[in-house]
Design a protein around this ligand. Structure first.
Ligand code: EPU
Length: 338
């Protein structure tokens, strides 16, 4: 029997650590219990929302519905071939524990995604990415419940519509599919991907050039730049890096010759949002208990008792300022729930 909690504090359920409450809360541990939770909400006309570990969510007020936090666990080998392995992980597994397991087993592919907060189930939704790798590069298929008919379905990598921090689980009909497990295709041997920023230099300094040391290098880089959500509330990058047209970039470059830029190969140019935010004077700025992280201003932090609304208002000031100063609109990476 699934326990449904009333008036449940979500303070420890999001990495922003804001003190808000859900009218109801449940943690189903099987696909069947997940179906039960949704049906329970629908029969009562409650709104419901599915969360992972809350590492990409900002609630701006109490949630007058049922929060469902699936805790479907388990990591199993589905197929073990000569050069690659198919590994299935339950949506409720912690992402970094899954990466650590892959590295211990000498399975290549997930190591650059070390230490990203959140659950396995959130990885395809958000198409999480870091240091030159995205979840889409290693996902074989995603197992879901289709909430139209409450039946299990398998969605192949190509059918997931993956984009930059995007997938069909986010766009299209959000909420149609609920991820119960993800199957990853990992290699038993593969070249290590070292081309992002100073990864290669720091990796070489570490000595032994193996999978384990690459994971440790990524962990060191993340720890040196990004706040630990266990100590300072945050949800990673608050905004996406904007992608602008080539002619807009020329205008930007005429004003800021040193503007960092990454051509996307489609005639458009990606500009680091962190650079825009720093150049606009917001790096390390703090208002009450909300601020931008001094070492990476794309991360907005809760220094203690900030409310979701205060974090949102602060983020909107940044957005407006970037629009005024550069004519560039920043899109949120964080999902807002109001
Ligand atoms: N930059 C600045 N000032 C700063 C920091 C960075 O101007 O204080 C500029 C520099 O030009 C730097 C560039 O921003 O070269 C890129 O910085 P960084 O390598 O830290 O990456 P990012 O683009 O800001 C993205 C992801 C991160 C991921 C890193 C590393 C997005 C929205 N964010 O950040 O993902 O860890 O790359 O791959 O794409 C997340 O999604 O929550 C997240 C943390």
């Amino acid at each position: 029997m699934l326990k449904i909690h009333d008036n449940y504090s979500l303070k420890d359920n999001t990495t922003f650590g804001v003190n808000i409450a859900a009218a109801w809360y449940a943690e189903p541990t099987t696909a069947e219990a997940l179906v039960f939770a949704i049906t329970h909400a629908r029969e009562r006309n409650w709104k419901y929302y599915i969360t992972g570990e809350g590492s990409n969510l900002l609630f701006t007020g109490d949630f007058e519905g049922l929060i469902i936090h699936p805790l479907v666990k388990g990591i199993t080998v589905v197929d073990d071939a000569a050069t690659e392995v198919l590994v299935k992980a339950g949506a409720g597994e912690n992402w970094d524990r899954f990466v650590a397991h892959c590295v211990e087993q000498q399975w290549y592919g997930a190591e650059n995604l070390s230490l990203i907060p959140g659950s396995v189930g959130a990885a395809p939704v958000q198409n999480i990415g870091a240091y030159g790798v995205e979840a889409k590069d290693i996902i074989a298929w995603v197992e879901v419940i289709n909430t139209k008919n409450m039946q299990p379905e398998v969605i192949s990598n190509t059918a997931c519509g993956f984009g930059y921090r995007d997938s069909i689980f986010k766009h299209g009909e959000p909420g149609k599919y609920i991820v119960t497990a993800v199957v990853f295709s990992l290699k038993k041997n593969a070249p290590l991907l070292l081309d992002y920023g100073n990864v290669k230099e720091l990796f070489i300094q570490r000595g032994t050039q193996d999978l384990h040391n690459l994971r440790e290098t990524i962990i060191d880089i993340r720890n040196s730049k990004l706040p630990d959500p266990c100590e300072t509330g945050n949800a990673g990058s608050f905004f996406k890096n904007p992608v602008i047209a080539a002619n807009e970039f020329e205008i930007l470059r005429s004003r800021y010759a040193a503007a960092p830029n990454y051509p996307t190969g489609t005639g458009r140019v990606k500009i680091p949002a962190a650079w825009l935010i720093e150049t606009a004077g917001w790096k390390g700025k703090r208002e009450g208990d909300v601020g931008t992280w001094p070492k990476q201003p794309l991360v907005i932090v809760n220094y203690g008792n900030a409310t979701g609304r205060q974090i949102f208002d602060f983020s909107e000031k940044i957005r407006l300022d970037i629009l005024e100063q550069f004519g560039i609109t920043l899109d949120r990476e964080v999902t807002l729930i109001s």
